[in-house]
Design a protein around this ligand. Sequence first.
Ligand SMILES: O=C(NC/C=C/[C@H]1O[C@@H](Sc2ccncc2)[C@H](O)[C@@H]1O)c1cc([N+](=O)[O-])cc(O)c1O
Ligand SMILES: [Mg+2]
Length: 214
Amino acid sequence: TRSTRPQRLLRAVQKKAIKGDPQSVISTIDYFCRHSEWAMNVGDEKGVILDSVVCEVSPSTALELGTYCGYSTVRIARLLPPGTKLITLEFNPDYAAVARQIIEYSGLQDKICLVEGASGDLIPKMQELFGIKTFDFVFLDHWKDRYLPDIKLLEECQLLRKGSILLADNVICPGTPDYLEYVRNSPRYESKYFKSHLEYTKVEDGLEKSVFLG
Ligand SMILES: O=C(NC/C=C/[C@H]1O[C@@H](Sc2ccncc2)[C@H](O)[C@@H]1O)c1cc([N+](=O)[O-])cc(O)c1O
Ligand SMILES: [Mg+2]
């Protein structure tokens, strides 16, 4: 049977990227998605905004919802201070299998913990599974209708602290209207929109950065 797009993306990384070099893995994926096949990675333009927020927060504990092929996982992990771990949750086992190989190829496997399962089931287990008290940084890039329920779950599980940073992809395209309305109107968040473009296109999209106020 025909290979899947994530498998073709992985093959391009194994063929063209330098093993152990996260930047070359990132550049190879961006080139492949621009010139061969579009894929739903956060991409290079929004990726620069993601990089700047990760560097600013310099998190000790970080969570990513929606690994897909591991592009943003590698982008985030390459900037984490030594000794810190990025926990990334992925629901689809086929995507997880590709992401594990891309993460390993980048050489960042010691900074990343990929957990297969649904965020709704796994978030309540973060304390017991990883001894996590709170997350300094959360990147949301999974099913768009899960953004709002999942941050409410993070609040309920007391996994956010005063100053925790949430960064959400695709708040314009495909769009997460209920999430945006919540973080922009809740007294518990201070929110800011970073205008950009949908990965590898000229369509408007952006990232929403929200600080939990406790
Ligand atoms: O649909 C999009 N993203 C959904 C991503 C979903 C990813 O997260 C899990 S779901 C999950 C993971 C963990 N827990 C629960 C569910 C899926 O298996 C996939 O790996 C999207 C679409 C476009 N676009 O242009 O159409 C652009 C983008 O940047 C996007 O992110
Ligand atoms: Mg996205």
